[in-house]
Design a protein around this ligand. Structure first.
Ligand code: ATP
Ligand code: MG
Length: 440
């Protein structure tokens, strides 16, 4: 337990209150994982906690729900009063939170047995629901009756499969059944909350297994993926249906980079819409473009930030375009994509290829060669953008080109010529060429 946490607990106790570390931090410590954050639960009322920590910086995170964030030795600690949640409204929010003096009440309202343990030095663990047993069995199980708990708060459905993915745990049979039975409750949950859980889920080590077993749950907020489930490809290049192929590709992914993993999951989402068949079997021409449209719709619906939306969209769009390991081609690519996205694209292509039918599953050597070329070109400070072009808009204005669109167009033309190797990136050469083009 970090020093700051022990200090905060000791201060609460010496004022006569009970206080414990609780939830995720207890779970993660026992698993030997580093906790994201440390939460403290206490019998002290919020105003009592505030008075006790008046010498520390505090943030009133959720006073109504009994939570005060205290910055202790630079570490933010969420200190929450023991709570009884009572009735829930709209499948998400407790109607009225009442404070309690018993840690038992507070543990009973928590979602899963492994999240419902409290700990403090000296007194040890308070574990009313055999959280320890489930940690050893590596199992997610609801505290109490799963259906009731999911009806109280539908987000728990997604939290269950998120924890199973991240911790690589199984889900207890009754909890599993309730997840499937109650999945439609996700319709009442805010897109942002769904997105947060979904992102953690797909970056977890158990992501492929969970997505396979719970695709019906994912379908509640990404129905476009459900259309891929069982969608046969009827081509010699593929031995798996579209969804199984996407999951196989994800299973080869070496990074936990969200953009890469989202792109892999969605790269073929346009296939069901573009399927055609002739005597040679199934074809999916235009599936990348169709995938772009669906991807935009999905990411917007889940309120992803613009940067993520545009990166994933561009990667889905280009996942299928062959790239040659030639300087000119790589430079062209570098004009359109950042180094980061090019590296992601190579990883997506590698995973996609590995998930093809065995005879077609060897990744081409370019995928390793291109990242090296990109680094070399960047190191050599190759001219790839208007920024590094040795003439500027002002130079063209000095040559008599009127300020405006024409300047940009001319500069871009010159840059293209440099990238194609038709022109040196040299001031005099560029000026001469510019003059020629202006005359024309
Ligand atoms: P992590 O922070 O690693 O994502 P965590 O378990 O700490 O996981 P938080 O969302 O930080 O998850 O919540 C802290 C604790 O609050 C949980 O461990 C759980 O005991 C409780 N909790 C959080 N959300 C819910 C919920 N929707 N229903 C019931 N209990 C919850
Ligand atoms: Mg937490």
């Amino acid at each position: 337990m970090p020093c700051a946490v022990a200090k905060a607990i000791a201060r609460l106790e010496s004022a006569g209150f009970e206080a414990f570390a609780v939830g995720g931090c207890v779970r993660d410590s026992m698993l030997g994982r580093t906790p994201n954050d440390w939460d403290i639960t206490t019998s002290a009322r919020p105003e009592q906690t505030a008075a006790l920590f008046s010498d520390c910086r505090t943030v009133e995170t959720g006073i109504k729900h009994g939570t005060l964030t205290v910055i202790m030795d630079g570490m933010p600690l969420e200190i929450t009063t023991f709570r009884n949640d009572g009735e829930y409204a709209d499948n998400r929010h407790p109607v009225k939170v009442t404070f309690s003096t018993r840690v038992e009440d507070d543990l009973s309202r928590r979602d899963f047995t492994v999240n419902a343990m409290a700990y403090r030095d000296g007194r040890g663990l308070v574990d009313l629901f055999d959280g320890i047993g489930d940690l050893t069995r590596r199992r997610i199980a609801c505290v109490g009756d799963p259906e009731t708990r999911f009806r109280e708060d539908g987000l728990r459905i997604l939290r269950a499969i998120r924890f199973a993915s991240v911790l690589d745990f199984e889900i207890a049979p009754e909890t599993t059944d309730a997840i499937h039975a109650c999945r439609a409750l996700l319709q009442n949950i805010a897109a942002e909350r769904i997105r947060e859980e979904f992102c953690k889920l797909i970056c977890g080590v158990g992501a492929v297994r969970i997505l396979r077993e719970y695709h019906d749950v994912i379908a509640e907020f990404i129905p476009e993926l459900e259309a891929c489930v069982g969608f046969a490809q009827n081509t010699k290049y593929h031995h798996l249906d579209v969804f199984a192929h996407s999951l196989a590709a994800l299973s080869y992914c070496k990074t936990d980079d969200l953009v890469t993993r989202l792109s892999i999951l969605l790269h073929d989402v346009g296939k069901p819409l573009t399927y055609t068949e002739d005597e040679n079997g199934g074809h999916f021409s235009g599936h990348a473009a169709a995938g772009v449209e669906l991807t935009e719709r999905i990411l917007r619906r889940l309120r992803f930030d613009n940067a993520t939306q545009s990166a994933v969209t561009v990667l889905v769009e280009r996942h299928d375009i062959p790239i040659v390991a030639e300087e000119r081609a790589v430079k062209r690519l570098m004009r359109r994509m950042s180094e980061e996205n090019i590296l992601r694209l190579m990883e997506i292509k590698r995973c996609d290829r590995l998930a093809h039918a065995p005879e077609y599953s060897v990744p081409p050597p370019e995928l390793e060669r291109i990242p090296v070329m990109v680094r070399e070109l960047l190191a050599a400070d190759a001219c790839l953008s208007l920024k590094t072009l040795r003439i500027k808009g002002d130079d063209l204005i000095a040559l008599g080109v009127p300020a405006g669109k024409e300047i940009g167009r001319l500069l871009t033309e010159l840059l293209d010529a440099v990238i194609e190797g038709d022109l040196e990136n040299e001031r005099d050469t560029l000026l001469q060429e510019a003059k020629k083009r202006i005359k024309k």
